[in-house]
Design a protein around this ligand. Structure first.
Ligand SMILES: Cc1cc2nc3c(=O)[nH]c(=O)nc-3n(C[C@H](O)[C@H](O)[C@H](O)COP(=O)(O)O)c2cc1C
Length: 318
């Protein structure tokens, strides 16, 4: 079974990937949060170059994800990525954000299947790297997926990763695993499942329903329980010492990278990581108002000193 880390903007960048791998063992594969390709003829900007730097990604299998509706820009960016040594490029057809969707990108591309078909034709023919796709099953209605799948069937994709929600769901409601099942039947390329695998029980249920599953992508589940992939492979839950060390390493690396903004980056992580504790509300209250580095250190030291770990760390949707 391939276990990969989902692309999550602001959360699973190169720093998180490296420190998570160091503390809990590497996943089989990592997807970068979405990257907008540079204009044809230009190179990636500084922040993206840091994200893709072979040195910071050393030892990990990393697949860069592009967000665009422009085939020339996609192919150009894929060329740059090939030159940097990457072996696959992923296309984002799932981002539900209003600004992205209104420009016809991400899940917004699923609105215009003729255009998507032509785009996939071009990039699959011209990209120097194999192209995988991460998709939602529609914009507003599950019934759209039948037509979307028809488009995917016509192209030679390296892999199709299905997050079976529609754009309008954002991250709410239950993923429709039957749409993943329909994908397994419909396409000949490898298929991956993504969505709400937060514990060993979720994986067991997925495998009972779809025993042919070969790749599961994990997102919020790993943020709430950094040992989740290890547990899915039969290993132990995270200890308090492991969690504190992971936190300290992560905060230290963000501080070195972005100074005072590290506090805000870590607060985003805590909005998920609080579920590793028996009383997530109390953890939330402890870190929610801190702004400065010294307040942050005091608050988090208190959390690790006084809060008990949850019996089973598990992400819970609001
Ligand atoms: C804060 C946040 C940022 C995300 N950023 C991206 C992204 O850059 N690219 C992408 O394809 N999906 C993105 N996603 C979606 C996740 O990759 C994943 O599909 C989603 O969280 C469902 O998986 P999960 O239930 O395992 O978390 C993001 C999700 C969240 C919550």
């Amino acid at each position: 079974m391939i276990l990969s880390l989902a692309p999550m903007e602001g959360l699973t960048g190169h720093t998180f990937r490296a420190i998570h791998a160091e503390c809990f063992g590497a996943l089989d594969r990592y997807y970068t949060p979405f990257i907008a390709p540079p204009r044809v003829g230009s190179s990636f900007g500084g922040r993206v170059r840091a994200e893709l730097d072979p040195e910071v990604n050393r030892g990990l299998v990393v697949v860069p994800q592009l967000l665009t509706k422009d085939a020339d820009e996609f192919v150009w960016a894929a060329g740059l990525l090939a030159d940097m040594g990457f072996t696959e490029v992923n296309l984002n057809l799932g981002c539900p954000s209003g600004t992205v969707v209104s420009k016809g990108k991400g899940a917004g591309f699923l609105r215009d299947l003729e255009r998507l078909d032509a785009f996939l034709d071009e990039i699959c023919a011209r990209s120097p790297l194999p192209v995988s796709v991460k998709t939602r099953i529609g914009v507003s209605d599950d019934a759209e997926y039948e037509h979307i799948l028809e488009v995917y069937r016509r192209h030679e994709l390296a892999e199709l990763i299905v997050h079976p929600r529609v754009q309008k769901d954002r991250y709410q409601g239950t993923p429709r695993q039957e749409a993943y099942g329909a994908t397994l039947r419909a396409v000949s390329c490898p298929v991956a499942y993504n969505g709400d695998v937060f514990g060993v029980d979720d994986m067991d249920a997925l495998l009972a329903a779809y025993p042919e599953t070969r790749h599961v992508m994990l997102g919020r589940g790993i943020l709430a329980n950094p040992a989740l992939a290890r547990m899915l492979k039969g290993g132990p839950a995270a200890t308090a010492t492991e969690l504190e060390r992971f936190h300290d390493r992560l905060y230290g690396a963000y501080e070195a990278e972005m100074g005072g903004n590290a506090v805000f980056r870590m607060k985003e992580w805590w909005s998920y990581a609080r579920f590793a504790f028996a009383d997530p509300q109390s953890v939330h209250r402890a870190v929610r108002k801190v702004r400065k580095a010294d307040e942050y250190r005091a608050a988090t030291e208190r959390v690790f000193r006084t809060e008990r770990l949850a019996a089973t760390a598990r992400f819970q949707a609001a």
